[in-house]
Design a protein. Structure first.
Lengths: 172, 172
């Protein structure tokens, strides 16, 4: 039924790039995410798609909350290395960056972040390899003025790689 | 429970801009959409969030298929007027633009489009005002080389307005 998909059609699509965090009591973690969008405006709700292999998936499944930080264009490549290509099972990522505790209990990143939104999950959609977590926005905060980093900028200007766990991963 | 949301945090998020089409036999329609993303890579699946008030919502609910075209940066403002601010209940939008019939039966737009993807819906998530349609990709085609239009470019360079039906609509 499925014809061969021309990967250019998928690469043509546009995304932002964010850090998504969650927690299990005192256990904190976060990861890079591009697959998060606003899905309704009244009330304001976000949908975040996460790979089941990721520790952050495990934490959100338990705590039912997440925080998302929009990254600034000037975010250094080392940040993506830490949050995109290391697992919280091996490294305490949050020990390496400035953050504060949000009202959801999730760590809210204070480095390279323009703003942050916290959400409480009310629906989970199982898509096999990934889950779509849909949450009501419960808090929001602006930290700085700047330009949001896009997925395209990350790939073109920073020559950034894509994790195999990303919903938008395209095999070579 | 919900604190006041700082709308800047929502405006900081990034999106592409696309035409999404569907059909009910010979009845064709399409609309502008920014809230569409890839949600899994194996198999390749897309999630499109549509307002229940829109005719395209009615068509996808019946036909269970949709096509999405990624727009080129050079798309003229008149195109957004037609697909973003007119209803297919009043105007035959597809009569005004070049298109062809895709393998899903959906019209595939041939003007201002870099590429197109067709999908077959297998899951619908009801979010009150909007539905998230999740579809398996069944076809894809590349038409031209160019730069994908972003939601930000539409707002900043084209001074484009946002429809009240968009999931990312923010009241003034």
């Amino acid at each position: 039924m499925v014809n061969k998909i021309d990967s250019r059609t998928l690469r043509d699509m546009s995304y932002g790039l964010y850090i998504l965090t969650s927690h299990d009591k005192d256990y904190l973690n976060g990861q890079i995410i591009n697959s998060i969008i606003q899905v309704t405006s009244s009330p304001v709700r976000l949908a975040a798609t996460i790979n089941k292999k990721n520790l952050t998936h495990e934490l959100i499944s338990k705590s039912k909350v997440f925080a998302v930080s929009t990254l600034d264009n000037s975010t250094p490549k080392s940040f993506f290395q830490l949050f995109g290509f290391m697992s919280g099972r091996d490294v305490d990522k949050l020990a390496k960056v400035r953050h504060k505790e949000g009202i959801s209990g999730c760590p809210v990143i204070l480095e390279n972040a323009l703003s942050a939104i916290e959400a409480s999950v009310f629906k989970e959609v199982d898509l096999g390899t990934h889950t779509v977590f849909i949450g009501n926005v419960i808090a929001s905060e602006v930290f700085g003025k700047g330009r949001s980093l896009t997925y395209r900028y990350y790939q073109e200007a920073l020559n950034g790689r894509i994790s195999e766990n990303a919903p938008t991963y395209i095999p070579a």
